[in-house]
Ligand binder design. Structure first.
Ligand SMILES: [Fe+2]
Length: 298
């Protein structure tokens, strides 16, 4: 197995192994590598859904077994105003997976099944390095701050009303190849006022103890700040955090698998020409309840 770090503060490419037949020692090496590098790139593995699920189970309990992120609807391609495409448009904003659920995500993975001729990259930003780069004053300011996290809120910021968001979610999770139930954070009533999960802005990683900014598009409404000041401050933090050398951008080839640690990075999708098919299959490992449960949930 070869592990080659990228030029950024996060990410490493791993070659020389097959993810569908790993020894226990190789799995251990991958577990350590994802803590060190936060993003691991495995080129052209070409896993089936079952193999991808089997691989992911070695990192914890799954909240999503397999979920197609695709603009294909049978033989046709969805248009930009389709409620599902509105969700994908939202995913073009920096975020961490499931922060709007009572228990946030640990590890996520994507495999590329169909890749457009241009665009459609996925990018990750290192929130550990971003925290380290903050000045002392900002670090002191955010130490005790928290924010609510809601998918309905983040979708409203890209023009998605609640009904459109609910329809998009029903379509996404109801696809023929979906093996992913809707979670409590997908319900509208869990996304309002104080019912939305509340999380600290600084996350201490449960395994490495490294602090990281825990922000992104789902975060809003810092208690103690008025909504406008909260939005401006959170936008400013993301703007500062997601800058080189803290960014890795992946140009997908069919069969690539990338896995990442949601407790340490933000990620986003890049747009692509919507008259071309793009199909990615997603698997998500749930966070441990002891460390990833929101402050206002038990
Ligand atoms: Fe995501």
């Amino acid at each position: 197995m070869r592990i080659e770090p990228t030029d950024a503060t996060l990410g490493a490419t791993i070659t020389g192994i097959h993810l569908n037949r790993l020894s226990e020692a190789e799995v251990d090496t991958i577990r350590t590598a994802v803590l060190d590098h936060a993003v691991l790139i495995f080129p052209t593995q070409r896993l089936t859904d079952d193999e991808q699920i089997e691989f992911a189970r070695q990192f914890g309990e799954l909240s999503i077994e397999s979920l197609p992120f695709t603009n294909e609807d049978g033989d046709r391609l969805r248009s930009a105003d389709d409620p599902l495409m509105k969700l994908f448009q939202g995913n073009e904003g920096w975020h961490t997976d499931s922060s709007f659920q009572p228990v946030s995500a640990k590890v996520s993975m994507l495999t590329a099944r169909k890749v457009p001729s241009s665009g459609g990259q996925t990018e990750w930003a290192d929130m550990r390095a971003a925290y380290e780069a903050l000045d002392a004053e900002t670090r002191a300011r955010i130490e005790d701050l928290t924010a609510f996290h809601s998918l309905y809120h983040s979708q409203s910021q890209v023009g998605g009303d609640d009904e459109t968001t609910a329809q998009g979610l029903a379509t996404l999770h109801g696809q023929p190849k979906s093996r992913s139930p809707l979670g409590p954070g997908h319900r509208r009533e869990n996304a309002t006022a104080n019912a939305a999960p509340l999380r600290p802005l600084v996350k201490i990683h449960p395994e490495t103890s490294r602090p990281a900014l825990f922000i992104g598009r789902h975060a809003y409404g810092i208690p103690g700040l008025d909504p406008r000041a909260s939005k401006d401050f959170l936008d400013e933090l993301v703007e500062f955090a997601a800058q080189p050398p803290r960014i890795y951008s992946h140009d997908w080839s069919v069969g690539d698998l990338v896995m990442w640690d949601n407790r340490a990075v933000l990620h986003r999708a890049r747009p692509w020409p919507l008259d071309e098919a793009r199909s990615m299959h997603h698997t998500r490992v749930n966070g441990e309840r002891t460390s990833e449960t929101a402050l206002n949930y038990t």
